[in-house]
Design a binder for this molecule. Sequence first.
Ligand code: F6R
Length: 234
Amino acid sequence: MEVVVTTSPGEVAADAIAGHLRPGAVLGLATGSSPLPVYTSLLRRRDAGELSFDGVRAFTLDEYLGLPRSHPESYHSVIRRDFTDRAGIEVDGPDGEAADVPAEAARYEAAIAAAGGIDVQLLGIGTDGHIGFNEPGSSLASRTRTKTLTPRTREDNARFFGSVDEVPIHVLTQGLGTILEARHVVLVATGSAKAAAVAAAVEGPVSAFCPASVLQLHPHVTCVVDPDAAADLK
Ligand code: F6R
């Protein structure tokens, strides 16, 4: 695993993603706060004529179950608002309103495979070490499926909702096995709240207790962290 400690994680991660852009490229996108500087940098480079999103398509990691797509905090809404509408990129994501959730999970896996797999997957990391919404205890070989958010993750995400009680409890998320099939993984972490999770992911044992530690098994991971998030690395 390549670990880059930098005061400009958005720029470094955007460099890594820009290297994959070509017609037919398939991006894996994350929602939340960590990727925002990456999206800002990519859009600025596009506006400056330095790169193009022509012919690029994308898949998201996860979705809240039961939250209407039209809700401003559904990941369907968030990724369009934060990036893909402005980039002009067609994006697919798990449907959190699906009547048959296992069938939707299977559809999503098949859609990613039919697109030829993901060239580069952008990830954030939860304070409990989750990637996607694979909470501690997730099978390291898991595929897209339903998961239950931990109280900690719901507290962490309450800032996007009116209160923690409004954060959905269940989600549909790519599995760890799904994420591992991306050809390049770029994980971005910033801030001291992520320091323990980053250290466990990068230097700890590979264990379902820290789902992100499974990335140690992947041959091409770029972990981009700011000095605060790197503080617990040896
Ligand atoms: C989001 C996702 C999550 C977040 C993680 C960190 O699609 O899958 O794993 O990346 O919860 O969120 P932020 O970046 O908001 O701290």
